[in-house]
Structures are given as C-alpha cells and as structure tokens.
Design a protein around this ligand. Sequence first.
Ligand code: SF4
Length: 621
Amino acid sequence: MVHIKDEILSKVTKPARYTGGEVNQVIKNPKDVKVRFAMCFPDVYEVGMSHLGIRILYHKINDREDCYCERAFAPWVDMEELMRKNDIPLFTLETKSPLKDFDFVGFTLQYEMSYTNVINMLNLGKIPLMSKDRGDDDPFIIFGGPCAYNPEPLADMGDIFVLGEAEEVIDELLDLYINWKESKKDRKEFLVKAASCEGIYVPSLYDIEYNEDGTIKRRIPLKSGIPDKIRKRFIKDLNESYFPEKMIVPLTEIVHDRIMLETFRGCTRGCRFCQAGMIYRPVREKKVDKLMEFAEKLLKSTGYDEISLTSLSICDYSDIKNLVLSLIEKYEKDRVSISLPSLRIDSFSVDLINEIQKVRKTGLTFAPEAGTQRMRDIINKGVTEEDLIKSVRSAFESGWSTIKLYFMIGLPYETMEDVEGIAHLGQKVVDTYFSIPKDKRNKGLNVTLSTSCFVPKPFTPFQWKGQDTTEMFIQKQQYLKDKIKSRYITYNWHEPSISFLEAVFSRGDRRLSKVLIKAVEKGCKFDGWQELFKYDAWMEAFRECNIDPHFYATRERNIDEVLPWDFIDIGVSKEYLKNELRKAQKGELTRDCRLSCTGCGITGFTKEVKCFNGAIFNKVQ
Ligand code: SF4
C-alpha cells in the first residue's frame, strides 16, 4: 500500500483527485477476492469520473464477490512531479495499491490524444511498457473503448483489447482468468485462451507484413486456431443489461457532475464523418419504465439534483417526450433538473427543451456541422438551412438569446465557399433574431460559431480520405474569421496541430508505438490539453523514429488498401462504407434508416437482435 503524506497533498492542486473515499466507493479486502482489477482513465480525475462507461464497469465487476475493481487516473503534472521525486508508484484510489499489484490494469481509450497518458501511467505504475517485456508477475493490460476499434497504434503495449461493449464480455474474461490462475499455467497460455473469446483481440498473436510503399500487405496469425477476424461484442437487450443502482459521488467538482441516465445506444442517421454512428449499431433502446426506475434509485443513492439523459442523439429516443414529461412530473417538486446534452435541429427539440428550461434559459447548442447545403449533403447531415433558422427562431421567440453552433472544417470535398457558408449561416441566425419584434425576444444576443478540424476515422465512409494539412486548416480558419462581420458573433476554433496528431493515431498502425514511447520520453502527456501540448517534441519523435506522420494523417488511401483495422468486424460492411463514400462524392443523401433499412449489414451480423430493439416507435419523430 502506498502512503501519501499530507505534505504532498497540500502542495498539489485539487488534492481530492488522489484521496478516494467518496460516497458509494466500493471497499473490499483484496485478500478476499480472486481477481484485482485496476480501472484506469488516462486523464485527470474530473474528466475520468465524468465517463459513464467506467462507472458501469466499476460497479459491474464489483458486484462479483470474487473480484475487486478499483480506480486510477492520470495524476496532474504537479502530482506526478512529486510522485516521481518521492518514488511513489501510481496507485488506486480505493486501497492505495500500486498498479503493478493488480491482476488486470484496464484503460478506456476515449480519444487518441490520451495515448501518451496511457504510457506515462504504465511507466508511473512501474509496469513494463511493452507487452513482450511483461512477465508472470506483471498485470495483464487491457484496452477498450471507441479508440480500441483501431487497436494497432497501442498493439505493442496492450496484452488484450476488448472490441465492443465491455459489459458483454468482461465476465467471460474474468472467469477464464480465474480458471487459468488456478491451473498455474504460463502467461501466454492465458492470452491464447482469451483470444478464443469473441470480441477479444490479442495483438501479440499476430504479425504484420508490409508492402514496399509502407502499406499493409497482410496480417499473419502466429498460432493456429487464432481468428482472422474479430467480431465486436454488443449487448443484445439493453433493458436486461447491467446498470448500476449506485454511483460514486465525487468530493470535488467534476466535468459532468450529475446522474447520467443512458437511454439508448446506436444511431441511425448515418452521418458520414461519425464513427460512433457506425460502431454502436444496432440501435437499442431502454424502456421508459426501466429508466424511471433507475432515476429513482440513483437519485436516492447519490443525492444529486440533476439528471442528464445520455445517448448519441437524445431527441432520437423514440419515447423522449414521455420520458421527459414523466421525469418533470415526478421530480419537479424536488427541484431535480433534467438536461439534454445533444439537441437535434428541429422545432420538436426546441419545444422539448422549452419544457425543461421553463424559467432559467441557458444557451442552446446545435451542430449543423457544415455551412452549406452542398457540404451537409456530402456528409449526409440531413439538416437544411430552413430547419436551423426555424429552430433558432422558435428558440429566440421562447426567450433564448445565446446560441452556439458547431461546425467542422476540412471535410472531404470542401471548398472555400463551404467555409464562407459558415459565416453566412451565423449571419442568418443574427438576422433571424433581429427580425423578431423587440418585445417578443430577450436581450443580449450572443452567437458562437465553433469549428473543429475534421479527423477521418476508421469505420466511416471517410476512412480513406486524407486530412487537410495544418497550413490548409490555418488558411481556412483565417478566411472564416475575415468573413465574419457581425459583432454579435464570436468565433472559436481548434488547434489544427492537435487534430493532425489525432488523425495520425486514429488511422495508425503498430509501427507508431515507438513514436508514442519516444514522445513520452520527450515529456509529451495530456496532449488534448492545449497548454501542455508539445508539437515540436512530437515532430522530433517522428523524425527520430524515421516515421512520416503525413503517411497516416494527410494521405488519401486507395479504396483497396488493407487498412490496419480491417480485421475487425463491426457488423457494418465495408461495401456499405464504400458505397457511402461514392454517394458523398456525388452529394447524394442516404435516408435515416428508421424510415426503412438502408442495408448497412448489421442485421446479417447477428440474428439474435433486431435494429431498434426496445424502441416504442421506429419512425423518425
Ligand atoms: S441494418 Fe438497416 S435498419 Fe439496421 S442499422 Fe443498418 S441500415 Fe439501419
């Protein structure tokens, strides 16, 4: 057990990040269990504790008597410095045990820019960085989460990757481990056994052969019986799936400090840039009764006074109105507020949020994603300018005066007119506000236009496209800045060099692991935090490893190229993605598949579950 002296905690910002001891934290005696699992989030406590997935898994594992799951987060730089100075290894919050004492150390990979933190945490935990260097006394390192859908950049560090929804596979893996531990066989034996579980990928059991031009020639299984393709795992019936009745209540403020009630998984809209919309198919919903039951239990066990309804696009939940009205009716008197984190661009959504924010109107956020209809058709964002203007008009008339609009620049086939279109759309929102009589609108108009830099992601129709160069992004951002004339508009933009790195690692292969290690040696960590991002150190790391980052980020792939993640079967077929790319090129739309199936392939992937399982209505509201 690690002892953290008060004099150390008194020197760091937000010491509550390192103390544990929160309400609903699980305490067990490690000696009473067969498996110790350290659940790690490669970012600070306030970010990690806001993530629903690790909260679900934490309680699910702890519901087993034979396992104990604890938590660890990336220490902020001040704490890390003191830990290294005082030779304190990275420890878990519950029992203050060093990471190396666990059977499993699991990381959720939510964004590529956390990869250096993963490596830094392993290093701080005194665990060998490379899978091949770990011995019988070392933990098994497991990676999961959306970025695990391209596991290759971390393939040399991960012993095991979970592909798909971890709740579905974790019990199998833990049982397998307990049997293996009792059999006292060697480490490799367990990895081979694990590889036979559907949804589990063990990278050390495969080798990669490359072509002369640096592209992948083929993957070679190093053992017979190892699957060529790995199928993702997913929960068949969300109503029957595990959801915790208690959640840890942090002692310090976190990013999402409220109850998170997950309403459904998946999305049917088919936006062509969106990875989540493809990897989480099929759409599965929870019933309102079930959600009301969980809301009641969680309110009681946490004392929170806010419930956030989560999903990829909350207004697409087929019984959303009933859910929202039921929650309001039941909890209004207790002053429990409801929040909807992602609003669809239509008047139905504005009416709904109006029910929720009757008195206190905070800002409204919409994501048209692109400034012109041409560009929105290319990305299959089924939203028109008319939809947006109608929605903001209705919002202004209902009393809102702060509107945020999210866009991407650098989308495939984008022209400067498309970029300029963002400024025009912002201006039209301003004009809509002023077209409403003064006595029918609130004061203080504030329109924020935010642009992120497009990053092509695996398992999307744009997975073959090159990203814009940093210079192109800067030029487009400057151009857009010049086109915005209204003093009511604020323009925010993302740092293109961070998005460049994100593009490298999102579609990278296992040759990048040495760059990651080199970058960590040069002090790179918390790369998603702009103030800590060290672009020059990254470029040095690429140079010293003799790897060209443009090969991964800005290069357009041939449609027949073997992609590093091709061996994963997410259920949506590659043919479907290719066809979507062809349609994008022509600006053709693909309908929302709630209207009728568009043949993505997921129904052939599994016979056990139908799309929209649990949905009250299958139609688009
Ligand atoms: S199989 Fe059809 S209905 Fe189901 S997610 Fe794919 S396109 Fe949509």
